[in-house]
Design a protein around this ligand. Structure first.
Ligand code: GRF
Length: 207
């Protein structure tokens, strides 16, 4: 069976690209990206989707200010329209800059993955690389985890570690982390699609 995937992205979409490439090359089998949805019309992720002949949908959030559930319902409706159902689908957050409502998370329970540019639970939230530099850690990295109602707190699937160098800037550190993101996000998707992730409380065992 092919797992239908929906990707939510707000920005340049390099993680989206890594997953497109991993499906194309056959690294991830039995999965298809059915739709890429963005809350920003100018998100380069939408361009990447179009270039790969994947439906690219912009959903304008401005009429939904203060009504997150209604906007999320629109996303859910769109996902379902493209075949990404809560029963069989997989939703990937790839630089999606909005917080999902608990309703959305419940609906796609343990079928939403996120990537975050730090070793969670360290440095959740925005500009994690800057937070790591300011804190002075010698190592940081990235985390792929299931999305849960609490932001950046769901069960962890994979992590990768990168060193922090004395002369690092937010940009150089981000770039080093990004390389690892592009490796572990496709790997986590592959494990999910192959049914090899077993969730036991907070722990995710890889079968
Ligand atoms: C990545 O650093 C990811 O960890 C974070 O947002 C950024 C998205 O980058 N959640 P891109 O749009 O995939 O290039």
């Amino acid at each position: 069976m092919t797992v239908p995937i929906g990707v939510l992205a707000s920005g340049r979409g390099t993680n989206l690209q890594a997953i497109i490439d991993a499906i194309r090359s056959g690294y991830i089998k039995n999965a298809e990206i059915k739709v890429v949805i963005s809350d920003r019309a100018e998100a380069y992720a939408l361009e990447r989707a179009r270039a790969a002949s994947i439906p690219a949908v912009y959903l304008d959030p401005t009429p939904y200010k203060g009504r997150r559930e209604e906007y999320d319902n629109l996303i859910i409706k769109t996902l379902i329209e493209y075949g990404v159902t809560p029963e069989e689908g997989l939703v990937l957050l790839a630089g999606y800059m909005r917080i999902l409502s608990p309703m959305f998370i419940q609906r796609y329970k343990m079928r939403i993955l996120n990537i975050h540019p730090s070793l969670l639970p360290a440095f959740p939230g925005l500009r994690a690389q800057k937070q790591a530099l300011e804190y002075g850690v010698k190592y940081t990295g990235c985390t792929v985890h299931f999305a849960d109602v609490e932001v950046d707190k769901g069960p962890i699937i994979l992590q990768a570690v990168v060193p922090v160098y004395d002369d690092d800037t937010e940009e150089t550190l981000s770039e080093r982390i990004l390389k690892e993101e592009h490796r572990i996000y496709p790997e986590a998707v592959k494990l999910f699609v192959e049914g090899r992730l077993k969730i036991e409380g907070r722990r995710v065992k890889i079968l």
